[in-house]
Design a protein around this ligand. Structure first.
Ligand SMILES: N[C@@H](CCC(=O)N[C@@H](CS)C(=O)NCC(=O)O)C(=O)O
Length: 225
């Protein structure tokens, strides 16, 4: 589903980010969900250092992504992915237990797994040389590792968290990808294969290509890609 400037659905994103964040910015979750659901969308791109002042009316934390269409105006990737999932069985099964298990996994990814992973990523990517970060890192890594172990144990030899691909996998895989600068996911054979399985989906590939294409179009002069 190519990005379509005439589409009813609109998603905010950054026009460019430094390479350490390219391919990780959270609008990727929304792009991927929309691709899985076959819903065209248009992009509203911002300079990450200069968001419009009135954007706070749409996204109270001044973050991307935000989403709107004819029916809703939303922020928070979990809420947006769930909303998109409600329009497509590709993301949320109809059967009540399966549907809510999938929604539960989106909460687990965002609330039980992402905080520990982000804590480690922030130390590694933003404060690598600071003394406090060096002292804090072992504990942060241990906590992230525990969360990865829990996900790996649950996944076992299954392809997806609940047997078939759902919105829960989409969010979990994008959370696990935040650790791409480490070997922590690779240390779990099944988790690494799980992430690779998600990344191999054509919808993910299109979503990633469209995020990166925006960065390439807006690459600042004199800054390495
Ligand atoms: N919980 C939010 C987090 C959104 C978020 O952290 N967005 C980042 C980009 S990936 C951002 O806009 N960062 C800029 C900032 O926080 O000021 C969600 O899942 O939508």
């Amino acid at each position: 589903m190519p990005v379509d400037p005439t589409a009813a659905a609109e998603m905010t994103a950054f026009r460019w980010v430094p390479p350490m964040a390219a391919g990780l910015v959270r609008d990727l979750r929304v792009r991927w969900a929309l691709e899985e659901a076959g819903i065209a969308y248009r992009e509203r791109l911002f300079d990450f250092q200069h968001l419009p002042a009135d954007y706070l009316n749409e996204q109270p934390f001044n973050q991307v992504p935000a989403y709107r269409d004819e029916a809703v105006q939303l922020f928070e990737t979990g809420a947006i992915v769930q909303y998109v999932g409600e329009q497509s069985e590709a993301l949320l099964p109809r059967e009540v237990q399966a549907r809510h298990r999938a929604i539960g996994w989106t909460y687990a990814a965002l609330n039980s797994v992402e905080p520990g992973i982000m804590n480690l990523a922030i130390i590694d990517l933003f404060y690598p040389g600071d003394q406090w970060a060096k002292l804090r890192r072992p504990g942060a890594e241990e906590f992230a590792q525990l969360k990865l172990q829990r996900v790996a144990n649950w996944l076992g030899e299954k392809e997806w968290l609940e047997g078939r691909f759902t919105a829960g996998d989409l969010v979990m895989i994008t959370v696990l990808r935040i650790l791409r600068h480490t070997q922590l996911v690779a240390e779990h054979r099944n988790l690494a294969a799980y992430v690779a399985r998600g990344e191999a989906r054509p919808a993910f590939q299109r979503a990633l290509a469209d995020q990166l294409a925006a960065f390439e179009r807006h690459q600042p002069e004199g800054v390495a890609a």
